[in-house]
Design a protein around this ligand. Structure first.
Ligand code: TIU
Length: 222
């Protein structure tokens, strides 16, 4: 066992049982004309963390540890899109509608793709998920079991929506969860800060948080 410097106390790492989960680094959340922008958000906040997420992914690849990517997306016939999700709020265009990057959040459309800088490489698992959490209605649990993974490092967007939801799902399933603070972002800085605080409060009630450098320092020497 090795330790990663983390909050609220060191993370007891078992690198051989660890995977990186990169949540939803898709064009739809980061580029004008996509889903994030349709909800009225400043997508520039997301684009800014791309080099940091890339560094974390590269560190896991260099250490020979699995990188798993997720994508929030729906089937072209919308059969996995509950009306309650499609009809939520007052977006400028809805999930399934045609936007400048193709149909919003639909599998296979250009805007739904993972950003090219962070694209999965051969052999990396990509989980397509219809919900905010990556365990709901996906094969993620089976994939992790098959690989013998018990510890998850999290990156991606947005901190308080898909990242936090997936961390809570994972925590309830018995995984030890560590959030890379500088490899996640929200459209709302105050929500990112609050999500980090609530994850590690009460003695890591949902999980730990750490910097990319401290995570890579430990796994590169493991
Ligand atoms: N809107 C928002 O903050 N997030 C999402 O809709 N999905 C993810 O977080 N991936």
């Amino acid at each position: 066992m090795v330790e990663i410097k983390a909050e609220p106390f060191p993370f007891p790492a078992r690198p051989e049982e660890m995977a990186l989960i990169v949540i939803d680094m898709q064009r739809d959340f980061a580029e004008p004309g996509g889903f994030g922008a349709s909800l009225g958000n400043d997508v520039g906040r997301i684009t800014r963390i791309v080099p940091d997420v890339k560094r974390l992914i590269q560190g896991f690849r260099n250490a020979g540890l699995p990188v798993i990517h997720t994508m929030e997306c729906h089937k072209p016939d919308l059969s996995d899109l509950p009306p309650a999700k499609r009809n939520r709020g007052d977006p400028s265009i809805r999930i399934g509608d045609v936007g400048p990057m193709g149909r919003i959040l639909i599998a296979g459309e250009p805007g739904t793709a993972i950003m090219p800088e962070l694209a999965p490489i051969a052999g990396e698992v990509v989980i397509e998920k219809p919900g905010k959490g990556a365990f709901y209605a996906t094969e993620l649990g089976d994939v992790l079991k098959r690989k013998g993974i018990t510890q998850l490092v999290f990156a991606g967007v947005t901190t308080e929506v898909c990242v936090q939801t997936t961390m809570r799902e994972a925590n309830d399933r018995g995984y030890e969860c560590l959030l890379a603070e500088d490899a996640t972002e929200s459209y709302f800085p105050e929500f990112k800060e609050a999500a980090i605080a609530m994850i590690r409060a009460q003695g890591a009630i949902v999980g730990w948080t750490a910097s990319i450098d401290d995570i890579l320092e430990t796994i590169s020497h493991a």
